[in-house]
Design a protein around this ligand. Sequence first.
Ligand SMILES: [Fe+2]
Ligand SMILES: [Fe+2]
Length: 207
Amino acid sequence: MATRTQSRQSNRSTSNRAGSDRGAFSWSENAGPIIAAAIGGAALGFAANFGRKAMMQGMASSAGDWDEMLAADHDAALALFDKMLATDPTQTFKRKMLLMKLTHALDKHAHQEEMVVYPALREANEAGDADHLEVEHGYVKTYLYELGQMATDAPNWLETVREFRDAVRSHAHMEEEEVFPRFKQELSEEQNAKITSMVNRDGFWMS
Ligand SMILES: [Fe+2]
Ligand SMILES: [Fe+2]
């Protein structure tokens, strides 16, 4: 795909160059090459992004079964919480950056569970657990909302992050220790492989 895009771009640039002797920086007389280059740049940007996603998907695919990938996400999120808890109120920029990272990580993770794992649980008559876990995701979003509204040097910032971490840890514990192992055992090897591939595919578009 990248090759086709690049070759299209290179053909376009060549024909524009061949059709004009004017300088490339002359907006009024000859904006064609600049516009073509901008469009080509966007296409290359898309190709680069697609390549990055494909690489990430490749990495995720080799990370194990669906439950192992999701457990690794839990660990990564808890590690981000620990970094947040190690900050002091003067580190407002660092707190903002960590909150952005955490928001993205939890958003992608929740999407994978809500679009694949929880529906699969409901299909297997385990709607009670799926519904319970999905409601907890709502509270995860509520914590993100609260922290998003709060000044990063607010006196209760750390306390809120600590409560949020506890909530995520207990949610992750229920998934890792109860729901996921039981569900995985109920499924055939093929069914587990199918869920792994669907979780990967969902994560690919959410990256
Ligand atoms: Fe979850
Ligand atoms: Fe999870």
